[in-house]
Each structure stands twice: as C-alpha cells, then as structure tokens.
Design a protein around this ligand. Sequence first.
Ligand SMILES: [Zn+2]
Length: 268
Amino acid sequence: MKVFLHEMTYPEVSHKAEEDTVIVIPVGSIEQHGVHLPLGTDLFIALEISRRLAEKTGSIVAPALWVGFSEEHMAFKGTITLEGETLVRVIRDVIRSLSSHGFRKFVVVNAHGGNDAHLRSAVLDANLNLNVDVLYVGPNEISSLLPRELQRELEENIDLHAGILETSIINLIRPDLVRRDRPSKPKLTLRKPLLEALELVKDNPTLRASVLSSFLTRFDKLSDNGSLTLADPLSHWDESETEKALEELAVKLAEIVEKWKIAGRVDN
Ligand SMILES: [Zn+2]
C-alpha cells in the first residue's frame, strides 16, 4: 500500500480525496544530535511514526518538512534553521494546498521540541481559518504514548536530546548512521535549582515539560557536545523493545486518530 504522497499519481490522490482521508505531515529538523547521531534524527523519527500511523489508518503522508526551527542549536555546525514565521507559513501553505483538493483532516507529527510553539500557532491558525481539522502530535505527545516504564527511564535521566530515546529509534531504523566509535558522554550545565524544580513536578508531566522547555534556549550553554541526557547517550533499548514501543505508540495514535476523525463530522 502506498502511503507517501510523492509516490502517488494525481488520479490516485483524487480517489483518496473523496474518502475523507487524513493527511499526515511529518516535521523534523536538521540540527546537531550529539557526536553520534545524524543531523536528520528528528526527520527520521517523524517519518517513521507518520508512516506507521498512515499504514494503520489508510492516511497519506505529505512531504516531510526536513528543516524546522533550530535556532537553539546554531552553535553546532551543519544545523539549519528556518525563522519561526517561515515554518508557520510553510505548514499553512501545505494545508491550504491540500484542503483546496478536498482534504479536511490533517495530523501534524513533529519530532522536534524547537518546532513546538510555532507549529501550535500554525495549527491554531489553520483550525480557525482554513475550514480544516488539524490534530497536533508533538514530542511531549509522542513521549506520553510510550510504555510507562520507558517514560520513567527517560524522565529519570532528563533524556531530552540525542540520548536514550533518539539513539534507540535511530539504532532501530538506521543503525548504519549511529557512530559508536565516538566518546559521547556530555558535560552538562544543569543547575541544582533546576534539578530540584524538576523533582517538585516529577508526577506532573505537563508542568514538567513546561519547566524543561523554559531553559532549552542555547544547547551550547547546556552541553559540551550537544547531547542532553544524564545517561550515556549511546545507551539504548534493544531493537525488539524499541520496535514494540514504536508499534504500540502507532497503534494508540491510530485509535485516537480514527475517533478524532469521526468526532469532527457534523453528522455524528
Ligand atoms: Zn531530536
């Protein structure tokens, strides 16, 4: 079954446009991911989740946005950033184009925290002004769909960037791109009050995410090699555990999308 828009012919797309098909838009980034993961890590992850979701729901995966808002990583070479406004406009243009062909349901799958605020604003704008329903699934939503024990491991290690989670997924889907020969334990500048604040909100994922995002400004001020985790960034779950976690995540997301799709219809 074809799921990628760029692999379809226009008659194939016309046929799907009549069926209330969901369009999944993967959004990644091109930014440093420590010394051991590729710059396109977020892109690979967004694409992988989008493909699994589309296969389970008969959706179409729109062309991925390779580049996002990565100003916070610009001190590291190879990082490319859009301005936030550009990202908002690109998403809006993609949704506007496809909505003019009859698509009404969109799911934005974003694997990069730096895109979050901009995409939420783009989604709000589309929902208000483009006569479409857009569901946003960002990094916090993705983490919340992981098995609870894995979430706990990530929380305990403040595993925010180029650490256990991302290494595990890239190790599963593109093991050839993980540099295992690089010393990768970062020196972190995490101040004690921050760690204490995190302890206070440890049972509150929403507030915890807010506290964490408030200090993710410049990664070169936080980590000497770009990774942000208390664990050895090269440590990862084994392939079968990661596969199971990704598959369960996609199944849960697909169930949500199926219900959400119906919930927006006026005749239901
Ligand atoms: Zn990432």
